[in-house]
Design a protein around this ligand. Structure first.
Ligand code: DGY
Length: 319
């Protein structure tokens, strides 16, 4: 029987590409450029499935123009805000994602950003690296301690829970807001706030781990940032549009927010150059899940979903 043809839009891990090439007729361009609307529409007539990343946008307009040959979009991401799920479902296209396997890598990056933001890592690195380190004092680069501080987590899915586990190792007091309260064993002593505003009021550190949806876009606006305690640290490894970036700039400028650690931005790639004026904002270019182990696991999960679909089974991560 002929192998299904799939389009892999970006450069996935070597092990993923090797397995994909073994089991499918693969279209993949090593130039590694994001697929635009016309690439996606054109490719849909040539392939049975696509493994896209969050860099390929399946808007309602794009989905309306997809060729009926395309049967499955097996995302290489847990976030699916780049896909109009209603339009894809209406068109009968199956959509899957990669939950679970990137939780630890993303939580590790959130921890790195939180520590770097709290302890002036950007400024310290710049001073030593540039040869400008000619002074020391007990008053020099004094930061904010994690131990014993209150950590607020918004979104207790896989990444939020992995982050809470890591933060417990730093003896932080964990608070969280989630659509529903976790079971006691998953909560593991974390304090639930049904009301987001109540969570913000006790968050010396705040870390965002919820998906971008119409309900959460712009979640951290000026009013919500103002509810955080004076000198709070904000971390975002979820999606850039959860934060009103202009409001964050103002809150950092005023000193109400002491520091921020950001792995995602409203404009990607590119980021927000207004943040670059602040050494107390540490930034990474959307690489939360970028470890060798996790890239393999994400690629394999996408392939597991495709394999199940083409066998005639329900893919394990069907949305
Ligand atoms: C995800 O999986 O959603 C990450 O942001 C990488 O795309």
């Amino acid at each position: 029987m002929a192998k299904p043809t799939i389009w892999i839009t970006r450069t996935l891990s070597d092990a993923t590409l090797e397995r994909a090439n073994r089991d499918y007729d693969v279209i993949w361009d090593p130039a590694d450029k994001p697929g635009n609307a016309s690439d996606i529409i054109g490719m849909s007539a040539k392939v049975d499935g696509i493994i896209p990343c969050h860099s390929e946008h399946f808007s309602a307009d794009v989905v309306a123009q997809l060729d009926p040959r395309l049967k499955i979009v097996a995302n290489h991401s847990v976030g699916v805000d780049h896909c109009d799920l209603v339009a894809l479902a209406d068109k009968g296209i199956v959509v899957t994602n990669t939950p679970g396997v990137l939780s630890d890598a993303t939580a590790e990056l959130a921890m790195m950003l939180m520590l770097c933001a709290a302890r002036h890592a950007v400024e310290g690195d710049r001073i030593v690296r540039s040869g400008a380190w000619d002074f020391w004092s007990p008053a020099f680069l004094v930061g904010k301690q994690l131990t014993g501080a209150r950590l607020g987590i918004v979104g207790m899915g896989g990444v939020g829970r992995a982050f809470a586990r890591k933060a417990r190792g730093f003896d932080m007091e964990i608070h969280y807001h989630n659509r529903s309260r976790l079971a006691p064993d998953e909560e593991a002593g974390a304090i639930y706030h049904a009301d987001l505003d109540e969570l913000l009021a006790v968050s010396d550190f705040l870390s965002l781990h919820c998906p971008a949806t119409p309900q959460t876009i712009g979640l951290m606006n000026a009013a919500r940032l103002a509810q955080l305690p004076q000198g709070a640290v904000v971390v975002n490894t979820a999606r850039g549009n959860l934060i009103d970036e202009a409001a964050l700039v103002q809150a950092v400028e005023s000193g109400h927010i002491a520091a921020a650690g950001l792995d995602c931005f409203i404009t990607e790639p590119g980021g927000n150059h207004a943040f670059a004026a602040f050494e107390n904002i540490v930034m990474m270019p959307h690489v939360g899940s970028a470890t060798i182990k996790t890239r393999d696991a994400m690629g394999f999960k996408a392939l597991d979903n495709l394999d199940a679909f083409f066998r005639g089974d329900t893919p394990p991560d069907r949305l």
